[in-house]
Design a protein around this ligand. Structure first.
Ligand SMILES: C[S@@+](CC[C@H](N)C(=O)[O-])C[C@H]1O[C@@H](n2cnc3c(N)ncnc32)[C@H](O)[C@@H]1O
Length: 509
């Protein structure tokens, strides 16, 4: 095995442990092992089994690093043993014998580890096609789920490793370090979860993470570390509102968009894209080759000296231009009736482009997804649930689009911040529409809802309870008569309960 092969293998096993350097003169790119990142990746992958807990000589050198107080402990959580077990709850499940959909009630870190091990259920290691998560955005607001990882200055400075100057004086300024306090706990919460989640992805799978500007920069760096910078695919955006109305502007600008960050497990991943639409193709002349559209056949790149004549077989008139096709191909098109000749001299020759001529049935999606109007979603959910029961659920159409662009067949979709269950709802209705058999695994903490909230007033006691009811309603709302002929009608799910989270499972430092 060559050195390069070995380094590439290292990169696959321990993403982020290899960097690329480019010779400024020759431009040649060389792969090199990055000692500190390798040390970090070994720790992440092997945990306690990795003997070097202390930083080695190799890591003493000054280097580019992304770190925060509590990071090492957070990493260790990815390999720490789990203190809970899955308890099957047939009483809360729907048709558990005939489905592999799962709703896990409990802390997602423990759940991810059990799913990786296959403890109490089939192992999902290397089996998940899409992981979608919508974690707390760390906006500083306390919603009905904890979304505030901003710890008090006192507890943060007590925990932060003391940096001292040569005289032994404390060398950092608490105020200047305000940033760390805001973000450290959120990062420590996310890191072990992402490390374990990566192990569940198929080689051709990806993770898509919803986020806003509060943690996007940190999340991006974190994902580069966990998945490898070379596995970044895209930072997609979509609009939540069509206008700035109701959005408090800052600096005369109103933020109306959110992000979905995409990292792949390996280069084997690709978006499926979306089906090519026949929109814009017509067949007014009953052309036996099917619907067509009127399109340009001139070249925009060729040299003007490459111009030649094309003859209209019906009239014998000749048209000279620089064509996008060879003389033989233009003559063939003319004879076959595929060229659209102008009625008058001086007009443009155009051509028929046939829908059936496209070999790829799908077209690439764009990174900007456009508008997913919150009003539509509120109406949809109110119809389904009877009232508005969850603050800021993801848009049902957004989730359906994401599932359609990334999954098919019997792909497994994992969402370990389940919330109100939008992912499961979208998956069930998309399967009914396109006849695929995707399966969901959702994890949702058993967070109690405020009795005074809309969810509380509607009779729900926990978010997991609400999520389960939404899945039931979404399944019941599907009409077999309108479904795809291949639809298997599977709207069941098995509930696995982890019991109340223990302090160990929820510990973030
Ligand atoms: C932003 S919400 C997700 C909303 C969801 N996408 C929807 O459309 O309804 C995040 C959810 O993650 C849950 N959550 C937070 N920490 C968790 C944990 N450690 N384990 C499992 N769920 C957790 C919260 O209770 C909350 O319901």
């Amino acid at each position: 095995m060559s050195a390069r092969d070995k380094i590439e293998r290292l990169q696959q096993l321990f993403p982020g442990s290899v960097t690329e350097t480019q010779d400024p003169e020759t431009g040649q790119v060389t792969l090199r092992v990055a000692p500190e990142q390798l040390h970090t990746a070994l720790q992440a992958a092997l945990g306690d089994a990795y003997c070097s807990a202390e930083k080695t000589m190799l890591t003493q050198v000054e280097s580019y690093a992304f770190t925060w107080p509590g990071k090492t402990a957070a990493r260790q959580q990815a390999t720490a043993p789990v203190s809970v077990q899955f308890q099957p709850r047939p009483d809360l499940s729907k048709d558990p014998e005939t489905t592999s959909n799962q709703l896990i009630i409990g802390d997602n870190l423990a759940a991810l580890k059990l799913l990786r091990e296959g403890s109490g259920t089939d192992s999902l290691a290397g089996k998940v096609r899409l992981i979608y998560i919508d974690p707390p955005y760390n906006t500083g607001n306390a919603f009905i789920y904890p979304d505030n990882f901003r710890e008090s200055l006192r507890s943060y400075t007590a925990r932060k490793p003391k940096t001292t100057d040569p005289e032994g004086q404390k060398a950092f300024d608490d105020d200047a370090d305000h940033h760390g306090r805001i973000h450290a706990d959120w990062l420590s919460f996310m890191l072990p979860r992402l490390i374990v989640a990566r192990d569940l992805l198929r080689e051709d799978g990806c993770i898509v993470i919803s986020i806003d500007e509060h943690e996007l920069p940190n999340l991006w760096k974190l994902c580069e570390e966990v998945f490898g910078a070379e596995n970044f695919v895209e930072c997609m955006v979509y609009d939540k509102k069509s206008s700035a109305k109701g959005v408090p502007p800052t600096k005369m600008i109103a933020g109306v968009h959110e992000y979905m960050l995409v990292f792949q497990r390996s280069s084997a991943f690709s978006f499926i894209g979306r089906p090519r639409s026949e929109e814009g193709f017509y067949n007014p002349d009953n052309d036996p080759r099917g619907p067509w559209r009127n399109t340009n056949c001139k070249s925009t790149v060729k040299d003007p000296r490459e111009a030649f004549d094309v003859e209209d077989p019906a009239t014998g008139r000749r048209f000279r231009d620089v064509w996008a096709f060879s003389p033989a191909e233009m003559a063939r098109k003319a004879a076959a009736g595929e060229l659209l000749f102008p009625k008058a001299d001086g007009g443009q020759v155009r051509m028929k482009e046939y829908f059936n001529a496209f070999r790829n049935a799908n077209i690439p999606i764009k990174s900007s997804w456009g508008l997913y109007d919150a009003q539509y979603n509120t109406q949809y959910l109110t119809r389904l649930m009877g009232t508005k029961v969850f603050l800021n659920p993801k848009h049902i159409r957004l989730m359906r689009d994401l599932l359609a662009y990334t999954t098919q067949g019997n792909d497994i979709v994992l969402d370990f911040f389940g919330g109100s269950g939008t992912t499961a709802d979208a998956l069930l209705s998309l399967n009914a529409e396109d006849g695929h058999q995707r399966r969901f695994v959702l994890v949702q903490l058993d967070v109690p809802v405020e009795p005074s909230s809309a969810a509380g007033k509607a009779g729900y006691t926990t978010i997991a309870d609400l999520c389960r009811d939404r899945i039931n309603r979404a399944g019941a709302a599907l009409n077999p008569a309108e479904a795809h002929p291949n639809w298997d009608g599977n709207v069941g799910y098995r509930v696995l309960d982890l019991g109340p989270p223990t302090p160990v499972d929820l510990k973030v430092d």
